[in-house]
Structures are given as structure tokens and as C-alpha cells.
Design a protein around this ligand. Structure first.
Ligand SMILES: [Zn+2]
Length: 597
């Protein structure tokens, strides 16, 4: 008992489920069939008993007629990587995960496969606070890489094994999240993985988890000291406190390592057969990757694992626990960019594990914003508008008539493009504008608080904004609500400036529905510069003032106009500008400046 903590969800005490997976799996690299056993100890920390559980069987999406297939064939702007490729798959290329048997506490349970979800009726409920042991025998077939995972990627990587095992769905304060696999995926249960993979001894494996038997394996992990006549090797990985387990393997991988000072060991796995220029990029990537790691560790929170792997694989760039799969045939800038983005996800998804289906912007937008900053530093790009691309993309979306609120479920956008721009760019602008609203110092304090409070948990948008509120002392729910749950836009303008007894009365106008505090810059004809700051009344405070900035009275949102007077005659004024630094997503910047003649 006791008072609920201020930042808990729905005013209840925070809790989360827990998993311990032990898997022993064998992969046939010729047929791409695999299978084995999975023992799952599932602990129900929910305040209620559970009578059913659900597993994701992601690979079932890669069969003609699946929801992913049909959605891709019926959406106006399909992801070109998917298109109608699933509908054309032949049987030998189908993806699937078949469950051969399943027991709960040693007794068989009944289950039914519904597309990409396994529905399990429990023999006996898992009581609140208790654990159940599920033992499963399963077999799978790896589809070609169509989306994220699969065999024989376009660049010839043999195995990109994401979303490959029967994965229990998350149950949290909102209940079950047994989402079918249509497009988006991450909301997994935190826990520990112990995974044994047996496959052809010529394959080098990289992925989530620490290798337990490096000297049996070699392959750049250890000095091989055991001889074996077998054509197979068994790789034993342990991954503590993660919510996913991913791996990739290829007989042609180069394996480089680099130690991050005060950080993890980095592993780079990429094809020996890459063209020379690409291989050069992969060598050149290694030092920047160390800098990216240090940037996030210093600015958000220390990287908590001993290892991170950048692995060539998949179909673009995708984040996983302790690793990323990225395509490798890229310009140097693109390779650094994608690596920075995916490493950003270590924090914004693999530590602060928000529900990606419901709030995709909370990880994608934040990864995008932060990676752009570090990427510019590494590539030596100096710009006063680092988020210009994201602003421009958002402006185009907002004016297209195709925008849906960011709070839309990630699978329910009418257009993929609207999902993408909303999630990545408008999502990045959450941070860009929050920095404007609460100020530089409070902004970085917020990210640290968010990490310290929510790493290894499942934060929601409200949990994030509460961190910003406690860091800044300001009320910010209006920002979260308008920016993420509506398509309201920001538009402030300088309406006029009139003379009044040697003074000037400046009138500003709020044209858009979305509120914002306002910064005004006035340049006088003699080159003088005055900066004013108008807090939004509903913030109930103001950000710290900068330099010689002058604090004006609050602007209460409902008033469309706001006037203030300055001690200069209009004839002395050259220009009056709102948001001169282009920090807000003001939808019409044409009316932001008034030039006086
Ligand atoms: Zn991302």
C-alpha cells in the first residue's frame, strides 16, 4: 500500500511480466528448415490471473494470403520490398513456424494457430505473482528476405534470423498485445535468453547475447582449442535482460572487433565478397560506431551490455537487442547514418521499450532526432538547421491532407508514407520542439531522467512527458496531446507594429490551433538586436532565459492576438520576427517576419 508513484501508468503501481527462455535449435543451411525445443518460464506479475496466453509466430506472415500479404497488396503505397512478393511465394519458400507440441507445467495444453498468432487455452490459470513453465517443440522454415528477416538477402547474406522463434506476446497494464504481424512488431516481454544454435561449422554467427563457448567456436570470438570431426558447431549464447533475441549467419562473414573506451566490445560482421569500396566503408565505420556508442552513453544513459554487433543482413536497417542488421552496400555517409540510427534504438526501444505498434514515434522519432545530431558531428556537417529535412517532410505531410494523428496504431495508417513521415519526422520534431519549449539544459536532463526511470521497462508517451515535466517544472500535457493525438498545426505571425507616443506596439497572431510559447526577435535599423520570450500561459512557468532575452507576460492560448510595447519608435525598427531560429514546426513561415520600411 501507499501512495502510487507520480509517474506510474494509469495511477497504478508499475509492473511487468518476466520471461526466461531456454532454446536449443538446429538449422539446416541447405533446406533453411530449423527446429528444436523451447522452455519458457513465464512469470505473471500482473495483479490478475491469466487464463490464456498468446505467442507470435512471425514467419507465418510469409505465406500467400497472410495479413501482411493482403495488406501489402491492398494499400495504395506498398513497401516496395514487400509489394506482392508474398503472394508469389512457392511452397518451398514459405515462411512458417509450426508448433509440434506444447505443455504447461508438463501437461499438454490446447492451442490453435490463427495466422501469425498462437492462442493457448491454459489448463490452469497462472495466478498473479506465480510462474508457469511452457515447453514447446517447434519447427520452422526461413522465407526469403522480404521484410526484415529471412534467407539469402539481396546482398547474399545467408541467414537474417529476426523474429524467428515462438515469442510470447506482452501483457501489460493495457492487457494482451497479441498483434498480428502485418508491419510493425516490437512489444516484447523483458527477460533472459539461453540459446543454443547448431549449424554448419563454416558459418559465422553474430547477434544478441554473449557467446559462452568462444574457444569451441573460434570464428573471431576466441582461439579455437577444441577439435571436432563434426560438420556442425553448436553456438551457446546467453542474453540477460533483453526483450528479443536475433542472430544472423553466413559462411562468408569477415569478423572485426573494436573495444569502445569504457564501453562494450563492438563486433562487425560483413561479407568478404563485398566490393572493395564497400569493404573500405565497413572498416571506416568502426571508429565512428565507437563514437556513436559514447555519444548515447554520455547523453542518455550508459550502455549496459558488454557487447554490440553491427551485422550485414536484412533489408535496410533494423534494431535488435545488442545488435543491428543493416544492408552493407552503401555510401560511407549512409552506412554511418543507418548505424547511428539503429544504435540510437538501443536506447529508444531496447532499453526504453515502448510499444512500437501503438507509439512508433516514441522510438523511431527519438532515434531519428538523436542520430541526426551525432551523425552530423561525425561527418563534420555544420548546420544551424539540423532537423530541416524532418521539418520539410512534416510540412509536406501536414499540407497533403493525408496526415493522421501520430497516436494512430502503426498498422492503421491509410498510407505507408504518412506512417513513415509521421513516425520518423514528426516524431523527431517532438524532441526538437521540446528542446525549444523547455530549454537546452532541461532537455538533456529529460533524456537522462527518461533513461534512469524507464530503462528495462515499457514507458508510454505520458511517462516520457512526465520526465520532461519534472525536469523543467513546466506543465506540458498540452504539447503531448496536440502534437501526438491531433493533426493541429502551429502558425504564429507578426500581424503589425504601430506607433504610440514614441513607442511601438507589436501585435502577434496565433493562426494555428496548436499552442506554443513564442520567441520574438526585433532588429533595429542601427543593427541592434532585442530578443523577447512569451511563455504560453498553460505551461505555468517559463524556460530559463537566454543571455539578454526579455521575459514578457504569458500568452493565454484562447486569445488569437497578443500585443506588447517596446521602447523604440517604429521608424527605428528594421524587422520583427517570431521563431527566428526555425525551432518550431510553424506551418507558414512566410508570415513570421514583418519588415518595416
Ligand atoms: Zn528506426
Amino acid at each position: 500500500m501507499g501512495l502510487a508513484p507520480l509517474e506510474s501508468q494509469n495511477n497504478f503501481e508499475y509492473w511487468q511480466q518476466h520471461v526466461d527462455y531456454t532454446m536449443d535449435v538446429k538449422m539446416d543451411v541447405n533446406t533453411f528448415n530449423y527446429g528444436g525445443s523451447q522452455k519458457l518460464i513465464y512469470t505473471n506479475n500482473a495483479p490478475e490471473d491469466l487464463e490464456r496466453v498468446f505467442y507470435h509466430l512471425f514467419y507465418n506472415a510469409f505465406q500467400p494470403g497472410s495479413e501482411m500479404d493482403v495488406r501489402s497488396s491492398t494499400i495504395a503505397d506498398a513497401d516496395p520490398r514487400v509489394g506482392n512478393r508474398i503472394s508469389k511465394l512457392q511452397k518451398e519458400d514459405f515462411g512458417f513456424i509450426n508448433v509440434a507440441s506444447l505443455t504447461q507445467n508438463k501437461k499438454p495444453v490446447s492451442y490453435v494457430v490463427v495466422g501469425t498468432v498462437l492462442e493457448v487455452e491454459l489448463n490452469e490459470p497462472i495466478k498473479s505473482g506465480e510462474s508457469a513453465v511452457f515447453e514447446m517443440v517447434f519447427e520452422g522454415q526461413v522465407p526469403p528476405v522480404i521484410r526484415r528477416a529471412g534467407k539469402n538477402s539481396k546482398e547474399g547474406v545467408a541467414l537474417s534470423m529476426a523474429q524467428w522463434y515462438p515469442k510470447i506476446a506482452e501483457y501489460d497494464f493495457e492487457g494482451w498485445h497479441a498483434d498480428p504481424y502485418i508491419g510493425r512488431e516490437f512489444h516484447g516481454v523483458w527477460g533472459n535468453f539461453d540459446v543454443k544454435l547448431t549449424l554448419d561449422k563454416n558459418y559465422t554467427v553474430g547477434g544478441t547475447g554473449y557467446l559462452q563457448n568462444p574457444n569451441e567456436i573460434g570464428h573471431g570470438y576466441g582461439i579455437k582449442d577444441t577439435k571436432s570431426d563434426s560438420d556442425l558447431l553448436t553456438w551457446h549464447f546467453v542474453a540477460p535482460n533483453v526483450h528479443d533475441f536475433t542472430w544472423a549467419a553466413d559462411p562468408n562473414f569477415v569478423h572485426d572487433t573494436l573495444q569502445v573506451p569504457n564501453g562494450p566490445m563492438l563486433h562487425f560482421l560483413y561479407k568478404k565478397s563485398l566490393k572493395r569500396k564497400y569493404k573500405k566503408h565497413w572498416k571506416g565505420l568502426q571508429q565512428p560506431t565507437s563514437e556513436i556508442m559514447q555519444y548515447y552513453s554520455n547523453n542518455v544513459g550508459k550502455y549496459p551490455y558488454k557487447q554490440y554487433s553491427v551485422i550485414q543482413g536484412g533489408d535496410g536497417g533494423m534494431e535488435y537487442g545488442m545488435c543491428t542488421l543493416i544492408t552493407g552496400e552503401r555510401s560511407f555517409e549512409s552506412l554511418v547514418g543507418v548505424t547511428a540510427h539503429e544504435i540510437g534504438h538501443t536506447w529508444f526501444q531496447f532499453l526504453m521499450a515502448s510499444n512500437e505498434s501503438k507509439h512508433p514515434w516514441l522510438d523511431e522519432g527519438f532515434a531519428e532526432y538523436t542520430c541526426t545530431l551525432i551523425e552530423n558531428t561525425i561527418l563534420g556537417i555544420e548546420t544551424s538547421e539540423p532537423m530541416k529535412r524532418n521539418f520539410d517532410r512534416y510540412f509536406r505531410l501536414a499540407q497533403s491532407g493525408k496526415e493522421q494523428p501520430m497516436s494512430t496504431h502503426a498498422d492503421r495508417f491509410v498510407y505507408n508514407a504518412a506512417y513513415g513521415i509521421s513516425t520518423y519526422s514528426k516524431g523527431a520534431l517532438v524532441l526538437a520542439q521540446l528542446r525549444y519549449i523547455i530549454g537546452e539544459e532541461n532537455f538533456w536532463k529529460t533524456l537522462k531522467k527518461y533513461h534512469d526511470k524507464w530503462a528495462f521497462k515499457h514507458p508510454t508517451p505520458n511517462d516520457f512527458i512526465r520526465c520532461a515535466e519534472t525536469a523543467s517544472g513546466l506543465e506540458l500535457d498540452w504539447f503531448l496531446t496536440d502534437w501526438t493525438q491531433t493533426t493541429n498545426t502551429i502558425d504564429y505571425s507578426v500581424k503589425n507594429a504601430v506607433a504610440a507616443a514614441g513607442q511601438t506596439i507589436v501585435t502577434l497572431e496565433r493562426i494555428g490551433l496548436m499552442p506554443m510559447p513564442v520567441e520574438v526577435q526585433i532588429v533595429t535599423k542601427d543593427g541592434g538586436l532585442k530578443e523577447y520570450y512569451i511563455p504560453l500561459q498553460m505551461m505555468r512557468g517559463e524556460r530559463p532565459l537566454r543571455g539578454s532575452e526579455i521575459l514578457l507576460k504569458d500568452w493565454a492560448w484562447a486569445y488569437p492576438e497578443y500585443s506588447f510595447s517596446i521602447d523604440v519608435d517604429p521608424s527605428q525598427i528594421d524587422s520583427i520576427t517570431v521563431d527566428v531560429n526555425k525551432s518550431t514546426a510553424d506551418i507558414n513561415r512566410e508570415n513570421n517576419q514583418l519588415k518595416l520600411l
